[in-house]
Design a protein around this ligand. Structure first.
Ligand code: SF4
Ligand code: SF4
Length: 436
């Protein structure tokens, strides 16, 4: 551990000190913060967390306080970045919370169970999509056999992380897709793109990936699936496994730069933010990879961003549904993609798009937050579901894997008569109906 006078080395760098100094304590970010909304306490607001970071940087927290008070309030941050958007001073909260969480995680003692769960989840399952798919098949059996229904009906699982994980399990649909060959463009070929199909999305929400591929094909793009691609590494990076995240990033960069694609398409806001923003930072000091990381990240496009620029086929089929769009935090606050998903939805004939009162409010998913901090996540979700219920929406449109799973669970908990669909699933539905 690199400590000077009891201060963690990460908090004494000029970068960290400058980032902290940008906050002028105005408090304009407070109302945007979901955890401030839940707890109403300054230390669970962005301003309070930055004050704690400043105290840590100045050496005003002793070791005990650092690991108890400081870590508790930092860990309760969803890293949703709503405060960054709200801040008039341009505080780069994303970088601040990343440095802080990684510094604390590196030094946190993990129990045996946590070490095993991490090893299985982060090292064995997520980087190996075939293993995740095998797990998804088992869980499909759990659902298809009626066991899930029984478990939920009898409320067998004790309140805690296991019940929280079970609650977000989406309905799993068996699917076959051959990734060894590109999917051809429909009609005149306009270009070739590479598809980043992800890990959880691919194993548990395969219909979203199918719709993404079809919509790209319909718009004249040949879709390639570079072999060797793997999980984006976001979950690993955000809980302090930087070396593993860098290894995954290197594998993705090599896989996707092996051919000259027009774009690298991603359909999950969280993964997209990592591929665009974090990879460059991961290789900042690596002369062998820095340029490649920049070249890779420059090609990454969220599907909504890409389609807004490249739509050739208008969706013509009528979809007479009332819908609302729940922004993905990492699409809206990190990638600044706000207009594009809405403009695509407005092209769908018959779709009645109703805005949420707080469309930019996090749903409480936030990586594994909804499992680790399930009680707080449940409160954040309840606020989101009340906002959704007030719109009377029959479809909740999302653009991120975590939101998809969390809002599915929210619909169940709130007893709403609504379904969660990715933007591309709705577009594909309209295309299909237009063919009839
Ligand atoms: S990232 Fe989200 S939860 Fe964390 S301080 Fe900012 S607004 Fe609050
Ligand atoms: S983070 Fe920005 S908005 Fe929040 S208190 Fe600091 S300067 Fe004000």
């Amino acid at each position: 551990m690199h400590m000077k006078d009891g201060v963690l080395a990460e908090f004494t760098t000029p970068e960290f000190r400058n980032l902290v100094a940008q906050c002028i304590h105005c408090g304009l970010c407070l109302q945007a913060c979901p955890t401030y909304d839940v707890f109403g306490t300054e230390m669970d607001s962005p301003r309070g967390r930055i004050a704690l970071m400043r105290a840590a940087s100045d050496g005003r927290l002793n070791g005990n306080e650092l690991h108890q008070v400081f870590a508790r309030h930092i860990n309760l941050c969803l890293a949703c970045l709503a405060c960054q958007t709200a801040c008039p001073s341009g505080v780069q909260y994303a970088r601040l919370i990343e440095i802080t969480k990684i510094a604390l995680e590196r030094r946190r003692r993990q129990g045996l169970i946590e070490r095993v769960v991490r090893w299985i989840g982060l090292r064995q399952a997520m980087p190996h999509v075939d293993q995740l798919k095998a797990l998804a098949r088992l869980l499909w059996l759990y659902q298809a056999s009626g066991l899930q229904h029984l478990v939920r009906r009898l409320n067998i699982l004790p309140a805690g992380p296991l019940r929280a994980a079970e609650a977000i399990l989406p309905p799993i649909l068996p699917r076959k897709r051959d990734y060894s060959r590109p999917a051809p463009a429909f009609g005149k070929r306009r270009g070739k793109v590479a598809f980043f199909y992800g890990c959880i999305q691919e194993a548990f929400l395969g219909a979203v990936n199918e719709a993404t591929i079809r919509v790209l094909q319909r718009n004249g793009f040949e879709v390639h699936f570079p072999a060797g691609q793997t999980c984006c590494g976001a979950a690993q990076l955000h809980i302090g496994e930087e070396a593993l995240a860098r290894d995954l990033a290197r594998r993705n960069i090599e896989a996707f730069l092996a051919d000259d694609f027009d774009a690298i398409i991603v359909n999950a806001g969280g993964c997209g933010a990592t591929l665009k923003d974090e990879y460059v930072g991961l290789f900042r000091d690596d002369p062998d990879y820095a340029a490649q990381a920049r070249a890779f990240s420059a090609k990454v496009k969220d599907i909504s961003e890409f389609l807004a620029e490249n739509l050739r086929e208008q969706p013509r089929g009528i979809v007479s549904l009332r819908a609302t769009y729940a922004d993905s935090c990492h699409l809206r606050h990190a990638q600044k993609i706000v207009r594009q998903p809405r403009s695509l939805l407005r092209l769908i004939p018959g779709l009645d798009l109703v805005e949420l009162r707080q469309p930019d409010r996090c749903c409480g998913s936030a990586g594994v937050y909804n499992i680790v901090h399930w009680e707080t996540a449940d409160q954040v979700l309840a606020t989101k579901m009340a906002d959704i219920a007030a719109t009377g929406a029959e479809v909740i449109v999302i653009t991120n894997t975590g939101c998809h799973m969390q809002l599915n669970a929210g619909v169940q908990k709130a007893g709403l008569n609504a379904r969660v669909m990715h933007l591309v699933e709705l577009l594909e539905l309209s295309y299909q109906r237009g063919e009839l």
